[in-house]
Design a protein around this ligand. Structure first.
Ligand SMILES: [Zn+2]
Length: 261
């Protein structure tokens, strides 16, 4: 017997199935990642409409049975379709990166904080008017925090000494991938996987990590080079700590459409 449960959810992926149905993958607040079939979703336009567009926030009815790969999904009401994200390609590119990352790292295990993080990032992206690109590193750093391996940018991860506040922005600091943070000069020789990262990048990540609210991120800006260096560090960090991390498909797709992003 399956039990009918109501939960909030964000659509991660939708695939057509058969003549009239779709298979959707949802990130739900109460059950983590759930895949399910929506019978007749493409037949009854009025009832389901664009409910299953990627990124849509829904209130979903799921007929759930423990251990089943594909659940049955019933009535879904759209809470927010984040329409403005779909209106602008650069926003769309970033939004797709967020949901692809959640799809990759999440399991059938509830993490209400991760759900809230995803929704708050999508909501900020939806209303953003200026530079929103730093929402991605903010999302990754916040995600690492929720998964229990928060990176440290403000003090030496080995001895706890505060990172010296001054220094040429172009000088490099050692970031230890396994220990998860910067190293001071004395500890810079700590063995294990590490990267040399520009001080300005570490300082920026420090500010990003301290921002509790994505709205604060929208006030920060970074050059394309800075973003690239940050992304490189964060991907190396994710690969170190999360099994099965691989490059995002959506990033590749949008890099072709948006060569300057
Ligand atoms: Zn140290």
């Amino acid at each position: 017997m399956s039990e009918a449960v109501r939960t909030e959810a964000v659509v991660l992926r939708t695939m057509k199935y058969g003549e009239t149905s779709v298979i959707v993958t949802l990130y739900t607040k109460e059950f983590g990642k759930v895949s399910g079939i929506v019978k007749g979703a493409r037949q009854t336009k009025g009832r389901f409409g664009s409910s299953f567009q990627p990124m849509a926030q829904l209130r979903a009815m799921i007929y759930r049975k423990e251990g089943r790969d594909l659940q049955t999904i019933g009535q879904c009401d759209v809470v927010n379709d984040f329409r403005h994200i779909h209106d602008e390609l650069p926003k769309m590119a970033l939004g797709m990166k967020l949901i692809e990352l959640v799809q990759m790292i999440s399991h059938e295990e509830a993490n209400a904080n991760l759900f809230d993080l995803l929704v708050s990032a999508l909501a900020a992206l939806d209303v953003a008017e200026g530079d929103f690109t730093l929402l991605f590193p903010w999302f990754v750093v916040s995600l690492c925090f929720l998964l229990g391996f928060e990176p440290t940018f403000h003090e030496c991860v080995s001895c706890g000494r505060k990172k010296s506040p001054s220094g040429p922005p172009a000088s490099r600091l050692r970031f230890h991938l396994e220990r998860g943070g910067v190293l001071c000069d004395e500890c810079a020789g700590t063995t294990g996987p590490a990267l040399n990262v520009r001080r300005s990048i570490i300082d920026l990540l420090d500010r990003i990590a301290q921002a509790s609210d994505p709205e604060l991120i929208l006030a920060l800006a970074a050059s394309r080079e800075e973003r690239a260096e940050m992304d490189m560090l964060l991907w190396a960090y994710l690969r170190q700590h999360v099994a099965g991390i691989r490059p995002l498909k959506s990033e590749k797709v949008f890099a072709k459409i948006l060569p300057d992003s």
